[in-house]
Design a binder for this molecule. Structure first.
Ligand code: ZN
Length: 171
């Protein structure tokens, strides 16, 4: 498996994580301590050393902590989210070009953090039966949240995730 992200890619990743956190906080009107109460960590496949890749996705979200129902009933409010970015797949799709990786990672991180917000607000359960429907909703929310964001090639990436473009070729 591989190749994995290089240092330059990891820096872009951490910048886009911070940017998507900010965009989502604004759009969803989150309180300043929101991400402290709903902490998440971002890893790449290289750190994870896993052999299995979920099919057709670029990142994978996991939630640790007690069952959401206990959280809902106030028994435990702690939980931790882990987002694993499947870096070999991101590199393959973007060709490793910085001009594409940046908007691509911004889309992915925004998408995953919207999942986090929806879990934390009980707008969907982690064990939600119809994952396809939830995915569709989160893609629509991602696209609407990113509408006002001006970074190069983001429109290309949005079209790609809408299925309107099959490749991320810039011509
Ligand atoms: Zn998703």
């Amino acid at each position: 498996m591989g190749p994995f992200f290089q240092q330059a890619h990891l820096e872009i990743l951490s910048n886009t994580v911070a940017l998507s956190e900010e965009i989502i906080s604004d759009c969803f009107g989150l309180t300043t301590d929101y991400w402290l109460r709903n902490p998440f960590e971002v890893r790449t496949l290289k750190d994870e050393k896993r052999m299995t890749l979920p099919r057709g996705v670029y990142a994978h979200l996991e939630k640790y902590g007690n069952d959401w129902r206990e959280k809902f009933y106030g028994k435990d409010t702690r939980c931790l989210y882990r987002i694993v970015v499947l870096d070999p797949r991101v590199l393959e799709t973007t060709g490793g070009r910085e001009a594409v990786i940046r908007p691509f990672l911004l889309y992915i991180m925004t998408h995953e953090l919207i999942h986090v917000v929806r879990f934390s607000r009980f707008e969907c359960a982690v064990s939600v039966e119809d994952k396809t429907e939830e995915e569709g909703k989160v893609h629509l929310l991602t696209q609407s949240v990113l509408k006002g964001v001006k970074i190069p090639n983001l429109d290309l990436v949005v079209d790609f995730f809408k299925g309107e473009k099959l490749t991320l070729c810039m011509n």
